[in-house]
Design a protein around this ligand. Structure first.
Ligand code: ADP
Ligand code: MG
Length: 494
C-alpha cells in the first residue's frame, strides 16, 4: 500500500528520548467476527461455548470433495459494516486461497480476500477531547474464514484441535498508519467496537475472541520518514493494546538511539510482564502463495443491493452525538459518553423525553453510570429503569426533594425498586418548603451559637457552617435556598 501521511505532527503526542522527540506511528488490523448464525461457507453454527468439535460441518473439516457455498448474511453484514465506516463498497470482489500449514487449518489454506476486497477506503472519527477530533483512514475491509484452535493444555504429551471456530466469518478491518499515540489507538478500537455494536455486525466481545487486533508499531523523528514496524499479533483487550504500544515504542527508540536498526518482526504481547516478545522475523515470514479460489465465483452484487442495505442502517454514534448536541443542548463531551453504547443512548433518551435533558444527562452520567460501574452492571441489567430515574428528576424539578435527598432516593430505588414518588411520600422525604418550620430551625441554631453568628458578620464564608447545621437539623430536607436566605436575613449579612 502507498502510504500518505495525513497527520500534522503534534508535540502533545511525542515521546521524549535521550536524543530528542519521537513520534509513534500505529496501524491496526482488526479481526471482527461477523454476527451470523452460521459460518462463512457452511451451515454449521457459530455459537460460542459448545463442546469442542460439535459445530463442524464436512466443509469446515475440509473433507475431500466438499465445496464452499457463500453465506449471504455474512456478505450483507460486511457491506453494512463498510457503509457504517463511510467506505467504498466494491460491487465485485474475489476470494483467494491463502496457503499455509497449521494443524488447526484442515484445508491447508484459509479462504480470504487479497487483491480485491469487498470494502475499500473509509474512515473513523475519534474524539480525543472536547476540541480535538482526528480522522483515521480505513484502508480496506475483507471477508475471510477463521481457523480452528489448538489446545495445548489438555494432555501432557498431546495437543488437541477444536474446529468449532474453523470457517467462522471474520471481517479484517485494516487501518492506515494514521494513529499517533497509544491513546489514539485505544480510542480507535473503542470507536470501531461501538460502530460494530450499533450495526449489530460483530458483538465486539474481546474476551471471547470475537474482536482481536494486530497492532503495527513504528517510531520516527516527528514528521520524518516512516520507520520499520513491528506487528504485535492477536491483542485481545483495548488496555493491553495501549500497554503493548507504549512498551514497543520505547523498545524501538532505545535501539535506534543506541545506533541500531529495527528488524521487521512479528511479536506477541505478554500482559503479565507488560512486554512484547519476538515471534518471527521478516525472513521467516510466510509466503502465502495467494491465488483466486477456483471453487468460488467472484462475489458480485449491484448498487440497488447496497442501497437497500444503506437505507436499513441504524443511526450511528457520530450522527446520534450530533443530534444530542442539537436537540437536547448537551455538551460534546456528555453526548460522547452517552452514545458510546446504544443501550445507554436509548436509556438517556427515555429519561430525557419531556424533561430537562441536561439534568437527565447529568443523572445518567454521574449517578447511573457510576453506580453501574461500581456494581459491575450495565444499562441492560440496570436495577433502576429509565421511568424510575425520570420520576426522581420530576421530584427534583417539582421542588419536592433536594439534590441531596435525590441521591439517597436513587440508592433506595436501585436497592429496593418501587415508584420514587411513593417512596418519598411514605418515608417523609419531601423537602421542607414551609418557611415557618425552617425559620424555627434557623432561630434555634443562631441562638445556640451566638459567638459564631458574630464571626459570620466578619467572615461571611463561615455561613456554610450554619447552612450545614440547619440541613442537619432538617435531616437534609430543608430547601437549601430558603435556608440561605433566612440565615442572611437573621444574622444580618448582605
Ligand atoms: P502487510 O500486508 O504486510 O501486513 P500492510 O501494508 O497491509 O502490510 O499494512 C498492515 C498494517 O500495518 C496496516 O494497518 C498499516 O496501516 C500498518 N502499517 C504500515 N506501515 C506502517 C508503519 N511504518 N508503521 C506502523 N504501521 C504501519
Ligand atoms: Mg496485512
Amino acid at each position: 500500500m502507498t502510504i500518505v501521511d495525513t497527520r500534522t505532527p503534534d508535540p502533545k503526542k511525542f515521546i521524549k528520548g535521550d536524543t530528542g522527540d519521537w513520534e509513534i506511528v500505529i496501524g491496526m488490523e482488526v479481526h471482527a467476527q461477523v454476527t451470523s448464525k452460521s459460518k462463512l461457507f457452511s451451515g454449521a453454527s457459530t455459537e460460542f461455548g459448545h463442546e469442542p468439535n460439535s459445530n463442524v460441518s464436512l466443509v469446515d473439516a475440509a473433507m475431500p470433495g466438499m465445496l464452499p457455498v457463500i453465506n449471504e448474511e455474512c456478505v450483507r453484514q460486511a457491506i453494512r459494516t463498510g457503509l457504517g465506516l463511510k467506505a467504498a463498497i466494491n460491487n465485485k470482489s474475489v476470494f483467494d486461497r491463502k496457503n499455509y500449514f497449521y494443524p488447526d487449518l484442515p484445508q491447508g489454506y484459509q479462504i480470504s480476500q487479497f487483491k480485491q476486497p469487498i470494502v475499500g477506503e473509509g474512515k473513523i472519527l475519534l474524539d480525543m477531547s472536547e476540541d480535538e477530533q482526528v480522522e483515521i483512514g480505513v484502508e480496506r475491509l475483507h471477508l475471510e474464514q477463521d481457523a480452528g484452535k489448538s489446545l495445548h493444555d489438555q494432555h501432557p504429551s498431546m495437543s488437541f484441535v477444536d474446529l468449532n471456530r474453523s470457517g467462522v466469518a471474520l471481517m479484517e478491518i485494516v487501518s492506515k498508519p494514521d494513529l499517533r499515540s497509544s491513546d489514539e489507538a485505544k480510542a480507535y478500537l473503542t470507536k470501531l467496537r461501538t460502530i460494530l455494536r450499533y450495526l449489530g455486525t460483530c458483538d465486539g466481545n474481546m474476551e471471547q475472541g470475537s474482536m482481536r487486533a494486530d497492532v503495527n508499531v513504528s517510531v520516527r523523528k516527528p514528521g520524518g520518514e516512516f520507520g520499520t514496524r513491528c506487528e504485535i499479533k492477536n491483542v485481545n483487550s483495548i488496555r493491553f493494546a495501549g500497554q503493548a504500544i507504549e512498551y514497543e515504542a520505547r523498545r524501538q527508540i532505545g535501539i535506534l538511539e543506541d545506533g541500531g536498526s529495527i528488524d521487521q518482526e512479528t511479536c506477541l504481547f505478554d500482559p503479565g510482564k507488560g512486554e512484547t516478545r519476538s515471534m518471527r522475523s521478516k525472513e521467516e515470514a510466510h509466503d502465502y502463495r495467494y491465488f483466486p479460489d477456483p471453487d468460488l465465483l467472484s462475489l458480485e452484487f449491484d448498487d440497488a443491493y447496497v442501497d437497500a442495505l444503506r437505507v436499513g442502517l441504524p443511526e450511528l454514534p457520530d450522527e446520534k452525538k450530533s443530534r444530542f448536541i442539537a436537540d437536547y443542548g448537551l455538551s460534546a463531551y456528555d453526548s460522547d459518553i452517552i452514545v458510546q453504547e446504544k443501550a445507554s443512548a436509548d436509556f438517556f433518551e427515555e429519561v430525557a423525553k419531556g424533561r430537562d435533558a441536561k439534568l437527565a444527562a447529568n443523572w445518567v452520567i454521574n449517578e447511573l453510570f457510576a453506580y453501574l460501574h461500581k456494581a459491575g452492571l450495565d444499562v441492560a441489567t440496570s436495577p433502576i429503569s429509565a421511568e424510575q430515574l425520570g420520576g426522581i428528576i420530576d421530584l427534583i424539578k417539582a421542588g419536592d426533594i433536594s439534590g441531596k435527598i435525590a441521591k439517597d432516593l436513587f440508592e433506595i430505588v436501585c436497592a429496593e425498586g418501587d415508584d420514587p414518588k411513593k417512596i418519598v411520600e411514605e418515608r417523609g422525604m419531601k423537602q421542607v418548603t414551609d418557611l415557618g418550620a425552617i425559620e424555627a430551625m434557623v432561630d434555634e441554631i443562631i441562638s445556640a451559637n451566638p459567638d459564631k453568628a458574630e464571626q459570620v458578620k466578619e467572615k461571611p464564608g463561615l455561613l456554610g457552617w450554619f447552612v450545614g447545621q440547619v440541613m442537619k437539623a432538617s435531616k437534609g430536607k430543608a430547601n437549601p435556598q430558603a435556608v440561605n436566605e433566612l440565615l442572611h436575613k437573621k444574622i444580618g449579612i448582605e
